[in-house]
Design a protein around this ligand. Structure first.
Ligand SMILES: Nc1nc2c(ncn2[C@@H]2O[C@H](COP(=O)(O)OP(=O)(O)OP(=O)(O)O)[C@@H](O)[C@H]2O)c(=O)[nH]1
Ligand SMILES: [Mg+2]
Length: 433
């Protein structure tokens, strides 16, 4: 049974100073994560890991110091920003007599709280179970251990009471369900890609991706000042200059060292990013760690094989900047305020340029009954002229880019009478002869 705990969680944070990265950066992000998980931060202890203790990670002196503060502040959860082994977690819990979790577990808990759709819940459950399956060790029997972390909500909690074999069975079953969803998404993506380019919003969590998605598409998706507000991918068509169109997607935000369990479980969601034609990397200029975040996002992009896709960097939230900021300003680096609509026109032009080359003029003939094809031509090109040339035939003069014309020719039955494309194809043929 899941035991839901209504009263709020009081967390004590243990920040282990590592040699890489700045401590302020780690601090701020870690506190935001804890708050986003719905816990109050009652105290922080900094630990220098010069003396590494295998059994409990930290030494006796530090344990005593933390215990005193935890008792004083009535904390009921300790969160380490450092990866703890299962036995370290267990030993620390025995010392402190309250729950101890690490950063990975904290992020998994946030995801569990945010998951709304069936797919999202399955993905989170898979990540939780994968994490748990490596942590089932002897002596790990008390049920207290098998509850969730903060808030104790989320999918998969009942499964946490099962043993290793049952967990493996459940992992297998979820994986097979997710594989079906992945195949479905691949099919949908293929048919979407037939006619339109995919533009994916990516960025650090809370950078403003969903706000920008709403501004660009006139959508009303939930944007919140919370980490990982978005989990499931969203898609909408966007209108670009010169009557061009594309599909925009918004997905889960990234974070430094996104747990590998989550990357694996969210494969089908992340594939929407790795299969995009253009990425819009949303950066929050009001975040003093914007460049560190940018680096972390690029690392995740490289992990999921999306580092070769053309990118437009979008510096968001410029409305919050009192002074002009010194950033590159060109077609690939655009300053905007997704909230106030500043710079959006520039961004649309830049996307338009990135996804489609300049159009060519083509003369297309279709049968008068081909209403679906006619609608598609309208959606993909600028129709300059349309004439009935006999009782059955409609002749359309359109402006379209070569790639889209080729795609249309491949998938729908149209007769391209004259276009630069044909001239090019003829030239190509001649060259081959
Ligand atoms: N001032 C200001 N706030 C913004 C702007 N864009 C987004 N925000 C705020 O930033 C917060 C996060 O916005 P979201 O759009 O949810 O961010 P996200 O990148 O989708 O975040 P996740 O889905 O959690 O990864 C919200 O409180 C927004 O209102 C902006 O241009 N200016
Ligand atoms: Mg979002």
């Amino acid at each position: 049974m899941i035991e839901l705990k209504e009263k709020s969680t009081n967390a004590h944070l243990v920040i282990v100073k590592s040699s890489k990265g700045s401590i302020e950066y780690d601090n701020e992000e870690f506190i935001s994560l804890t708050l986003s998980a719905g816990a109050a931060v009652k105290g922080i202890t900094y630990v220098d890991l010069r003396k590494f203790v295998r059994r409990s990670l930290i030494g006796k002196g530090k344990i005593k110091e933390i215990k005193d503060e935890v008792d004083l502040n009535c904390a009921d959860l300790i969160v380490f920003n450092y990866s703890l082994s299962a036995s370290q977690e267990r030993n620390l819990e025995q010392y402190f007599k309250i729950r101890v979790i690490d950063r990975t577990r904290l992020i998994l808990d946030i995801f569990a709280q945010r998951a709304r759709t069936n797919t999202g819940k399955l993905q989170v459950e898979l990540a939780q179970l994968t994490h748990l399956s490596t942590r089932l060790i002897r002596g790990w029997t008390h049920l207290e251990r098998q509850k969730g972390g903060i808030g104790l909500r989320g999918p998969g909690e009942t499964q946490l009471e099962t043993d290793r074999r049952l967990i493996q069975d459940r992992i297998k079953s979820i994986k097979s369900k997710l594989q079906k969803i992945r195949t479905q998404r691949q099919t949908t993506r293929k048919s979407r890609n037939k006619v339109m380019k995919n533009v994916a919003l990516v960025g650090y969590t809370n950078a403003g991706k969903t706000t920008l998605f709403n501004t660009l598409c006139g959508a009303n998706a939930m944007a919140e000042d919370k980490l990982f507000a978005t989990l499931d991918p969203l898609f909408r068509p966007i209108n670009l200059p010169k009557n061009r169109k594309a599909i925009l997607s918004d997905t889960v935000g990234f974070i430094k060292e996104l747990p590998s369990e989550l990357i694996e479980a969210f494969l089908s969601t992340l594939e929407e990013v790795s299969n995009a034609d253009v990425l819009i990397h949303v950066l929050d200029v009001s975040d003093r760690f914007m460049f560190e975040n940018k680096k972390s996002v690029n690392e995740v992009l490289s992990t999921i094989g999306a580092d070769k896709i053309p990118v437009i960097n979008v510096y968001n939230k410029i409305d919050l900047m009192k002074e002009k900021i010194n950033l590159i300003n060109d077609a690939n680096n655009i300053q905007i305020s997704a909230q106030d609509g500043l710079g959006i026109e520039n961004l649309l032009h830049s996307i338009s340029k990135k996804i489609k080359p300049e159009p060519i003029t083509a003369l297309i003939r279709i049968n008068i009954n081909q209403s679906k094809e006619r609608a598609l031509i309208y959606s993909q090109s600028s129709v300059i002229q349309e004439n009935m040339i006999d009782n059955n035939l409609l002749e359309m003069t359109v402006e379209i880019d070569i790639k889209s014309l080729k795609k249309m020719k491949k998938y729908i039955n149209i007769d391209v009478v004259e276009s630069k494309l044909q001239v090019l194809e003829q030239k190509l043929k001649k060259n081959q002869e």
